[in-house]
Design a protein around this ligand. Structure first.
Ligand SMILES: *[C@@H]1O[C@H](CO)[C@@H](O)[C@H](O)[C@H]1NC(C)=O
Ligand SMILES: *[C@@H]1O[C@H](CO)[C@@H](O)[C@H](O)[C@H]1NC(C)=O
Ligand SMILES: [Zn+2]
Length: 435
């Protein structure tokens, strides 16, 4: 009886939580030609809609539309002759379901923070991960050093770990940098960095990866935004910067448009946009922290992975369509990573796509991936991963988390990263030999 009552209370609490998304729709929109693509892009900008996945001639776009804008959206789609499918008529229902499933998974595994580190049953909050990094370094002082890259706007410490058998003192090893959660709502990226940490510190089966490489891993690049997705708005993407005119109506800077590389040339100047680039390059402490990490290790930086969701893509620079000098090797390593992931992925998820970000998605300036490419060695490689959206026959999930997929996404991404990192290590050795 008591249990039932609690369950009832729990569900009603959960159900009140995502009130702001009540009646919001998720749409899949197909475009048949360049004209329609342009029309759709204009419409999205004018209505400041939240694009979950950009439309392309070869694949439909996915767009979140607020309840109060849905009628206008339908009308404009009709006028433009753009066909759409409603993936969800009320995204709040999906969010309630996500909460219940994650909470159940977490309850079943409470206190499973053991010798093998954090469990992969749920998506851990900032405080848990933050403490975990400290504890991990304390328990493995010969391999792990916890570092601070700076503080977020709300004062959270942006911690990362150095993993090295030689305490970063042996400069004949290359450095690899992997980060997740630069975009707050992209929860599936967190298990990927946590899984990498686990396989490099706690559950080591491939010693060469630990011994031959110095690793830098940052699990939560945007802690304020990330916490906000847990407490307020699940689909928040940016950081929590405030103080923008007019009157603080909108908040947040898209950190992945705020890096100092072609800044402001292919991003939004509208504070309310999800790709708002900020007042100037590196205006935000979080992007500055990540940029500082890249520069700090740049003399040995051979491989960078900035993890995002979703789309099953491995993208490289530059976001203005220019290609890095070593693009053929970047592409080759990208394809090898994609094949390694595809070989172990869930069958219902699509194969990975690999390419320059402009060819595959869109123009984008000020991205972490581009800044990583510029910071890395001349033969270094920097990638933006779009991890898969889990899909099954019940349909669509987008950014939503399926508990069973948490460990899988960590595992399969690691299978890909390993291949890319070994490729980069090989490049490093060849270049050192030729010096
Ligand atoms: C922790 O995980 C192990 C193995 O995954 C499981 O057998 C055990 O029941 C879990 N412990 C708790 C307290 O849930
Ligand atoms: C430094 O790293 C290189 C390359 O991994 C290795 O060959 C060498 O033995 C290392 N030196 C020391 C002192 O650990
Ligand atoms: Zn992202």
């Amino acid at each position: 009886m008591l249990r039932k009552f609690c369950l009832f209370l729990f569900i009603s609490y959960v159900c009140a939580k995502h009130e702001i998304y009540d009646g919001w729709g998720v749409y899949e929109v197909s475009v048949e030609n360049e004209n329609q693509l342009l029309t759709l892009q204009e419409l999205i900008e004018e209505m400041t809609l939240d694009v979950w996945s950009y439309a392309h001639l070869s694949r439909p776009g996915i767009i979140l539309v607020p309840k109060l804008k849905r009628e206008e959206f339908h009308n404009r789609m009709f006028v433009a002759g753009l066909p759409y499918v409603i993936e969800s008529d009320n995204v709040k229902e999906l969010l309630d379901l996500e909460d219940i499933r994650l909470e159940t998974a977490a309850t079943n595994n409470r206190a499973n923070y053991s010798d093998l580190g954090l469990d992969f049953e749920t998506i851990h909050r900032f405080d848990v991960v933050d403490q975990y990094l400290v504890d991990l370094a304390a328990a493995h002082p010969n391999v792990v050093t916890v570092m601070s890259a700076g503080r977020s706007i709300e004062g959270r410490d942006i911690k990362y770990v150095q993993i090295s058998t030689t305490n970063f003192q042996n400069h004949s090893k290359p450095v690899v940098f992997v980060e997740s959660l630069l975009h707050a709502r992209e929860w599936a990226t967190l298990p990927a960095t946590l899984y990498a940490i686990k396989r490099l510190v706690l559950d080591v089966t491939e010693r060469d990866l630990v011994e031959d490489i110095d690793w830098v891993i940052l699990p939560i690049a945007n802690p304020d935004g990330y916490e906000f997705t847990h407490t307020n708005q699940r689909f928040w993407r940016k950081n929590r910067a405030r103080g923008f005119l007019p009157m603080d109506r909108c908040m947040g800077v898209d950190l992945n448009r705020n890096f100092n590389v072609n800044w402001g040339t292919a991003s939004s100047n509208n504070v309310c946009s999800d790709t708002f680039h900020g007042r100037h390059a590196f205006s935000e402490p979080e992007s500055t922290a990540v940029g500082n990490i890249m520069r700090r290790y740049s003399s040995r930086l051979a491989f960078v992975a900035d993890l995002h969701t979703f789309g099953s893509m491995i993208l490289y620079g530059y976001g203005n369509g220019e290609l890095p000098a070593n693009v053929l090797l970047i592409h080759l390593a990208g394809v090898q990573m994609a094949q390694a992931i595809d070989a172990v992925k869930w069958p219902q998820n699509r194969d990975y796509t690999v390419g320059n970000v402009v060819a595959i998605l869109y123009h984008a300036s000020g991205s972490a991936g581009d800044y990583g490419q510029l910071s890395a060695l001349p033969f270094g490689m920097s990638y933006t991963f779009e991890l898969p959206a889990w899909r099954n026959n019940q349909g669509f999930n987008g950014f939503l988390i399926e508990p069973d997929f948490i460990e899988q996404v960590g595992f399969e991404t690691w299978e890909g990263l390993k291949v890319g990192v070994r490729f980069a290590l090989n490049q490093w050795r060849q270049h050192r030999r030729s010096l």
